[in-house]
Design a binder for this molecule. Structure first.
Ligand code: ACO
Length: 325
């Protein structure tokens, strides 16, 4: 088995900013409520003609540039998303064409907000067994397309964005540990009813607003805290380190109260947690790679640092990784 490490990262978010004040005009809520309950001040929203592959493409170009890898040298592209351009073909295939990554295999992976970490785990295995040298892994979402802006319990939380990374075979360890988990028993707490084979598009499904995300926030909150804590501790254990050796923790950017609860349970000081939740909201599978790229570009992640990443999402799915930068 070969070692696998991050060579470079990239991200992109649409220019259009939607503030909490703007949401006050759409639903019965307030900037004060949203900030107090979630920590979110604003989020980015894609223009109507912009699809997930468009923002994933820009994040990918940034990741390729920072890694110094030519798209023609990519062996594969894996996109984690719950908002693909189409049900098929995959967003990864559309990207493969736009990037000119002629020799890359390409597939999408559906793991809710955990898509990027599931892609990392899949990519690590493919490189580790010698079947690839360079992979582009991406978490990208245009969640605004499936957000019900009449539902105040969800529309205040989500935003659009994309994060990407090139991971490669290496002679030194980079990804020290990964762990994934899932619990399908509770899938109905967070899902989108319409558009699949259970409820195909129809006049009735449109009328019922079935093509928008539904969530029972309070229940999801509790599950998220438990899973983020246990997967983080498991990744730390598998990396054979202690929480004190973590230089930076980049958790799924869902809600600052979730971040705080997990930080305390894992036993990390406040200054070791990276968050950009206030500016982007919850961008699902883009959340961690978008934050990771910001942390790298702002100098919060330095060569040799040990980083803990953890995610949680619909399914439920969760996971964590410890990475040596
Ligand atoms: N503005 C004002 N009031 C609101 C709003 C709003 N936007 N939304 C709900 N309320 C009201 C409720 O109606 C309720 O009123 P009531 O007491 O009169 O019934 C009250 O506020 C409290 O509602 P709760 O749902 O109990 O509020 P809570 O403190 O749990 O916060 C929230 C809600 C922010 C959704 C929280 O539960 C949460 O963040 N959950 C986790 C969600 C999450 O992170 N999901 C994503 C993880 S997976 C993924 O990333 C896709």
């Amino acid at each position: 088995m070969s070692f696998v490490r991050f060579l470079g990262t990239g991200s992109y978010a649409p220019d259009r900013v939607m503030t909490n004040l703007e949401l006050e005009r759409l639903v019965e809520t307030s900037d004060e409520w949203i900030q107090t309950r979630t920590g979110i001040r604003e989020r980015r929203i894609a223009e109507p003609e912009v699809a997930t592959s468009d923002i994933a493409y820009k994040a990918s170009l940034n990741a390729l540039e920072s890694s110094g890898v030519d798209a023609r040298d990519l062996d594969g592209i894996i996109v984690g998303t719950v908002t693909p351009d189409y049900l098929f073909p995959s967003t990864a295939c559309i990207l493969q064409s736009r990037l000119g990554a002629k020799k890359a295999f390409a597939f999408d992976l559906l793991a809710g907000c955990s898509g990027f970490l599931y892609a990392l785990q899949a990519g690590k295995g493919i490189i580790g067994c010698g079947d690839a040298q360079n992979l582009l892994i991406i978490g990208a979402e245009t969640l605004s397309k499936i957000t019900d802006f009449q539902d105040r319990s969800t529309c205040i939380l989500f935003g659009d964005g994309a994060g990407a990374a090139v991971i490669s075979a290496s002679e030194t360890p980079g990804i020290l540990s990964t762990c994934l988990g899932a619990n399908g028993d509770e899938w109905e707490l967070l899902y989108m009813p319409g558009g699949g084979s259970r409820i195909p598009p129809s006049e009735e499904s449109i009328k019922n607003r079935d093509h928008f995300l539904k969530m029972k926030g309070k229940e999801v909150f509790k599950e998220a805290v438990k899973a983020l804590e246990s997967s983080s501790l498991e990744a730390i254990r598998r990396a054979d380190i202690t929480p004190g050796e973590i230089d930076l923790f980049i958790p799924h950017q869902a809600n600052y109260r979730i971040l705080e609860a997990v930080r305390k349970r894992v036993g990390l000081p406040e200054e070791k947690v990276f968050s950009n939740l206030d500016r982007y909201g919850n961008t699902s599978s883009a959340s961690v790679p978008l934050a990771l790229d910001e942390a790298v570009r702002s100098g919060r992640v330095k060569e040799g640092d040990t980083i803990l990443i953890s995610v949680f999402g619909a399914g439920f799915t969760w996971g964590a990784a410890v990475v040596r930068w």
